[in-house]
Design a protein around this ligand. Structure first.
Ligand SMILES: *[C@@H]1O[C@H](CO)[C@@H](O)[C@H](O)[C@H]1NC(C)=O
Ligand SMILES: *[C@@H]1O[C@H](CO)[C@@H](O)[C@H](O)[C@H]1NC(C)=O
Ligand SMILES: *[C@@H]1O[C@H](CO)[C@@H](O)[C@H](O)[C@H]1NC(C)=O
Ligand SMILES: *[C@@H]1O[C@H](CO)[C@@H](O)[C@H](O)[C@H]1NC(C)=O
Ligand SMILES: *[C@@H]1O[C@H](CO)[C@@H](O)[C@H](O)[C@H]1NC(C)=O
Length: 634
């Protein structure tokens, strides 16, 4: 009898204590399968250890380490039902609430309580409620209600999946203490997506952001979108930056004048560093408000790890002694960055066996649009321009063996594009990081950015080949990363001067359209301190030397919105009037239309009117009046 009992008893305790941990998917971040990145909660029942010898402080200060595989929880799992034996002190919600990755029947809800007693080792028990009626938390209005735990092991992040009865429906959610219902979070809201086979979807409004750099300016773009009627927010990366921000020699930006120096004020490398950096960003009221008001689809770029990241390093880090930053090697640093990202972002865990870094995923917005969110950065990208190897990467740029996405992700994308076309989804939106189309910056030494798709020409060719060979209609590429705005008819680089294949005056021959947004606050890639006239002159030069580039703008910080309808879509590019001023106004710089089935920008571009910033190619050059003579247009 004895051995059987001894086996059974821990199992009972395990089942009771497991659920409130299990429901907080932060313990499983970033992967649902056990890996060194997630906490092994499936076996936690067998692993409960007193935390007395390893307090929170020492755990968090384990430099270069990540606390993931050291999860030790100092409570008896058998007793921890609904708040019993959890933390009974006070706590606040200084980082607000967030929702993300809404499907037709569920969404991710996020918050981050902070206990008043910073030294507590007890779990915080939070209830969450989802209601179909604004400000009503009556039983009859609730569609979901449960509780879960969070602890310092996951930096008190609290991430649950709420189950929802109806597609295309607005819901409201909040969190409060299990033992003290007066400790209540702000109320957030989101709308579920239509079901994938819904043919009646008339519209999708989406705001697209990139490059939100805290010390450089206010997050006016987020604040403006929070006031708008968009259904969804996409952030295509550089949500945080890894550098110090106090104007010191290694810093990127000087946040002192605006009191926006991010913590910790040095280049971040440890798990604690990344967590604290997210905490600084999420203290921003505009960013908080947009998370509270809209559901987000998030994907990372390089700076969520470090500058110019690729699969095995960044500009300043790799796994050699020379690439060790603050005592931390690249692989460890990347794990820390990834774990903190999943803790702080309301994104789903995407799982395929062993793919612990997979973040690329897709959404189906009825039959109106399929949305793919790609990782062209950290998943499986071949070596990029790290500043000291530019010539080498330039010589490799057209190598067919090179991939931005990795073979697995490329195959997934191409398969999905074909599937989207077959299933009758009208628009194929592809959210990703870097500029897809060829972009000649007109500089003498290296005219293109090899850290963008220009450094991975074969990958770009395979994407366009897939579109062409399978007659995939209505592909819209959404990009960020570059700190300036660009609008393209998407074509093969080799078609640039082939008037037989692509006509810049009509867009005939284009395969798709690319909208690339400027930064929320990162400084312009044209140069940070040009005069308004210089920004316009530079934009004019760029649209003159890139034949499929319809619009360029580098003088404003901002974002763009998409208004997607069954027969057409509009993209509106917004510029913040003065981003070193809080609550600044925005202006509409230019607006672009794409008709269903056209696969190019509608002419006349911007309705034939001048842009309110930057340059429209059509206002500068009339290609319909020019002929290619073999070496130029005349
Ligand atoms: C590693 O990174 C350092 C710092 O950027 C660089 O000097 C070194 O060349 C890199 N080593 C390799 C093998 O990439
Ligand atoms: C790049 O490679 C493709 C196919 O391998 C080839 O057709 C093209 O001419 C190459 N481009 C350059 C500039 O070498
Ligand atoms: C932007 O706002 C700041 C802060 O109010 C002000 O100092 C600056 O002069 C403004 N810049 C412009 C171009 O108006
Ligand atoms: C197109 O023509 C321009 C002007 O002659 C030239 O600079 C550019 O390299 C050509 N582009 C391609 C892809 O051949
Ligand atoms: C072709 O046009 C370019 C640009 O206008 C001009 O510089 C060049 O001389 C022309 N070439 C010939 C052969 O006419």
């Amino acid at each position: 009898m004895l051995p059987v009992l001894a086996l059974l008893l821990p199992l009972v305790g395990f089942v009771a204590g497991f659920a409130p941990l299990q429901r907080n998917i932060a313990y499983r971040s970033p992967t649902l399968t056990t890996s060194s990145l997630a906490h092994d909660i499936d076996h936690i029942g067998a692993k409960i250890v007193k935390r007395s010898t390893l307090g929170r402080r020492s755990l968090e200060s384990a430099r270069g380490g990540h606390a993931a595989d050291q999860l030790v929880i100092d409570y008896d799992s058998a007793k921890g039902i609904d708040g019993q034996d959890s933390y009974h002190g006070s706590f606040t919600f200084p980082y607000g609430v967030a929702s993300g990755d809404p499907l037709d029947d569920s969404a991710i809800l996020w918050t981050h309580p902070v206990p008043k007693d910073a030294d507590t080792v007890e779990p915080i028990c939070l209830r969450y409620q989802t209601s179909k009626v604004k400000d009503s938390w009556h039983e009859k209005d609730l569609v979901d209600s449960s509780y879960a735990w969070t602890t310092s092991d996951v930096d008190y992040s609290f991430k649950v999946e709420t189950q929802l009865p109806e597609p295309k429906t607005r819901y409201y959610y909040r969190f409060f203490g299990c033992h003290d219902h007066s400790l209540v979070s702000p109320t957030g809201t989101f709308t579920t997506m239509p079901s994938p086979d819904d043919e009646t979807v008339g519209s999708l409004k989406m705001a697209v952001f990139s490059c939100s750099n805290y010390p450089f300016g206010y997050f006016n773009s987020f604040g403006q979108a929070a006031k708008s009627d968009v259904d969804l927010v996409a952030h295509v990366g550089d949500y945080i930056y890894e550098s110090a921000g106090d104007g010191s020699p290694d810093a990127y930006g000087d946040g002192r004048p605006l009191n926006r120096v991010p913590q910790p004020n040095r280049e971040i490398v440890t798990l604690d560093d990344y967590r604290l950096r997210y905490a600084t960003y999420r203290s921003d009221p505009d960013l908080q408000r947009l998370h509270q008001k809209k559901p987000w689809l998030l994907i990372w770029d390089d700076h969520e790890v470090a500058d110019n990241s690729w699969k095995a390093g960044t500009a300043d880090s790799n796994d050699t002694a020379a690439g060790t930053v603050e005592g931390v090697r690249f692989t460890e640093r990347k794990k820390n960055a990834v774990k903190a990202y999943f803790e702080w972002m309301p994104i789903r865990q995407v799982d395929t066996a062993g793919d612990t870094l997979r973040i690329w995923r897709k959404f189906q917005y009825g039959k109106l649009a399929d949305i793919a969110m790609l990782d062209t950065r950290n998943y499986d990208r071949d070596i990029t321009d790290l500043y000291y190897n530019t010539a080498e990467v330039a010589s490799l740029a057209n190598d067919t063996a090179r991939s931005l996405m990795g073979g697995k992700q490329e195959r997934w994308l191409y398969h999905n594009l074909i599937h989207s076309q077959k299933r009758g989804a009208t628009w194929k939106l592809i959210g990703q990081q870097i500029i897809v189309n060829h972009l000649n910056y007109g500089e003498a030494d290296f005219p293109v950015d090899y850290d963008a798709w220009d450094g991975y020409e074969a990958n770009r060719r395979r994407l366009f080949d897939t579109i062409r060979a399978n007659d995939i209609q209505n592909v819209i590429l959404l990009s960020g990363d570059s700190h300036a705005a660009w609008v393209y008819d998407a074509i093969y680089q080799e078609w640039e001067n082939r008037t037989d294949l692509y006509d810049p005056s009509t867009g005939r021959g284009a395969l798709a359209v690319e909208f690339a947004g400027t930064a929320v606050s990162s400084p312009s890639s044209y140069g940070a301190k040009l005069t308004p006239a210089q920004y316009v002159a530079q934009a004019e030069k760029l649209v003159s030397i890139n034949r499929n580039l319809a619009f360029a703008e580098g003088g404003h910080r901002g974002y763009f919105t998409l208004d997607v309808r069954p027969n057409e879509l509009d993209a509106s590019f917004w510029g913040i009037v003065n981003n070193t001023q809080q609550s600044s106004d925005q202006i509409l710089l230019a607006k672009f239309n794409v008709q269903k089935g056209a696969n190019r920008l509608t002419r006349p571009i911007n309705n034939g009117k001048p842009a309110k910033g930057g340059a429209l190619q059509a206002q500068i050059i009339d290609y319909s009046k020019q002929q290619w003579n073999g070496s130029g247009f005349s």
